[in-house]
Structure formats: structure tokens, C-alpha cells
Write a protein that binds this ligand. Structure first.
Ligand code: FE
Ligand code: FE
Length: 256
């Protein structure tokens, strides 16, 4: 049986398009600011990275048209794919943890506010974002200050200053801030920004630092995507290697 082409949204199940419709309608600049304040407190749980991986094992990502794999299987497959490609150990670690921000779902957040491709808010929405027609129902689309390609920003301002739609990328970046090298944090923060890393959209908001680090996101991306083979990674056999990797590089409890 052959697998469908990755990220084939044209034939995506209805729950995928419904998720994106709600995401594009409700991710406004005001929503993003409110979520950052709400989840920036990091006072909801104290869990090690491995404990978080095990908790997420029950969750299936509703935005993903490609797989029904559990999150633990996806984490292990992504890490293994990066390791087998001979890439640096910090990127293997990044692969293992990159989706842990989906803990938001376990705190009661709906999937539209957690998963799916991300995009800047506070400026006009690009057609390079998946399901762009759904942005017509976002109130920010009628706000003149946000209506130009730069919107509230200045050209070349750098993504650090740009508000992205809120979800697991931005949240995990906050959880792991100070715990991982900047390249790893950057991959985590922008791994769902497909409009940029695959299509070059929003280039005018990037600075030199972004252009340098975005290369790591592009290097990471195929391992996130194309490692979603339906043959589930054998979690039991991979567990010791990756538990050790986390003990070496991300020991102890994290604040969620
Ligand atoms: Fe992700
Ligand atoms: Fe992923």
C-alpha cells in the first residue's frame, strides 16, 4: 500500500480543514498576546521531558493529514531519522522534543490553538499559508493597521519582534528557553512556519540572524515530515537511547 504524498491538503479529511478554518478565524494579534501572557506563567506542571513525552503518547494531531501515529512514536521517528542522517546530536535532541509544546492540549487547549502551520499576525496574511481563504473571516483582515505586508512591523525587523500565531512551537520555545542552544530553540519556535521555510513568504520580516538560523529549520523539516511512516517506531527498543539523551542534555524537571 503506498502512502499519500506528504501534506496533501487537497484530499485532507474534513477535520483537517475544519481545524484550519477555526485556527485562521481566531488567531488574531489580540489572541496571540493573550495566550503569551496566559501560558507564559509556566506554572501548570513540573514534568521531565520524558514524562511529557509519555503523557503526549495518547494524543493524535488533528492538523496532520499524513499520520495517525502517536506523539511518542512521532518524536522517536523524527529523532531516529535525524540520527541516521548523521546530523549533530543537538538536532537529534531537537527532533525528540520538538512537539512537546502539544502539552497545551493536555491543559485543555483546543487543537486549533495548538497545532497546524503558523504565520505572523499584525500584518497581512500570505497566500502561501495553507487554506489561505479561511483568513477572510479573521477580524484582523479588516484592521487597516494590519493590512500591509509589514503591518505593525518594519521591513527586516527580525522574527524575534514578530508575533506568530500561537501554538505548540512558541509555547515550547518558552518552556525550554535557557535550556537548549539557540539553534535548537529556533528550530522549535519556527518548525511549523511552512509559509517561510518552504515557500519563502514573509521574507521581508526576516533579519540576517533569521536567514542564518532558518537553514537549520529547512534541514530539520524533512525529518519531521517524511519520517511519518505508518510502521510505528518500536518505542520499547528506542526508549533507552532517548531516555539517556534526555538525561544527558535536558535533565530534571521542566516548568510547563
Ligand atoms: Fe510540530
Ligand atoms: Fe512534528
Amino acid at each position: 500500500m503506498s502512502a499519500p504524498a506528504p501534506r496533501d491538503y487537497a484530499s485532507a479529511p474534513q477535520h483537517v480543514s475544519a481545524l484550519y478554518e477555526e485556527n485562521h478565524r481566531r488567531q488574531t494579534l489580540a489572541f496571540v498576546r493573550a495566550q503569551k501572557a496566559r501560558f507564559g506563567t509556566l506554572d501548570r506542571a513540573r514534568l521531565s521531558a520524558w514524562e511529557a513525552l509519555e503523557r503526549l503518547d495518547q494524543l493524535a494531531d488533528q492538523s496532520d493529514p499524513d499520520t495517525e501515529l502517536s506523539q511518542l512514536q512521532h518524536a522517536l521517528q523524527t529523532a531516529e531519522s535525524i540520527r541516521l542522517a548523521g546530523l549533530p546530536e543537538w538536532l537529534v535532541l531537537t527532533g525528540l522534543v520538538h512537539d512537546l509544546g502539544k502539552m497545551l492540549c493536555l491543559f485543555g487547549e483546543p487543537q486549533w490553538a495548538v497545532v497546524g502551520d503558523t504565520f505572523p499576525v499584525g500584518c497581512s496574511f500570505s497566500n502561501a499559508v495553507v487554506f489561505p481563504e479561511a483568513f477572510a473571516s479573521n477580524p484582523d483582515a479588516r484592521e487597516p493597521a494590519y493590512g500591509s505586508p509589514t503591518g505593525i512591523y518594519t521591513p527586516g525587523i527580525g522574527l524575534e519582534q514578530v508575533h506568530m500565531s500561537f501554538g505548540h512551537d512558541e509555547y515550547l520555545h518558552r518552556v525550554l528557553r535557557d535550556r537548549l542552544p539557540q539553534e535548537a530553540l529556533y528550530v522549535i519556535r519556527y518548525h511549523s512556519f511552512y509559509a517561510q521555510h518552504q515557500h519563502g513568504a514573509y521574507d521581508h520580516l526576516l533579519d540576517e540572524h533569521d536567514r542564518e538560523l532558518m537553514q537549520w529549520v529547512r534541514l530539520f523539516q524533512p525529518h519531521d515530515l517524511y519520517s511519518k511512516a505508518d510502521a510505528a517506531a518500536d518505542a520499547e527498543s528506542l526508549r533507552p537511547r532517548y531516555q539517556e539523551l534526555l538525561e544527558d542534555h535536558l535533565p530534571g524537571q521542566l516548568e510547563w
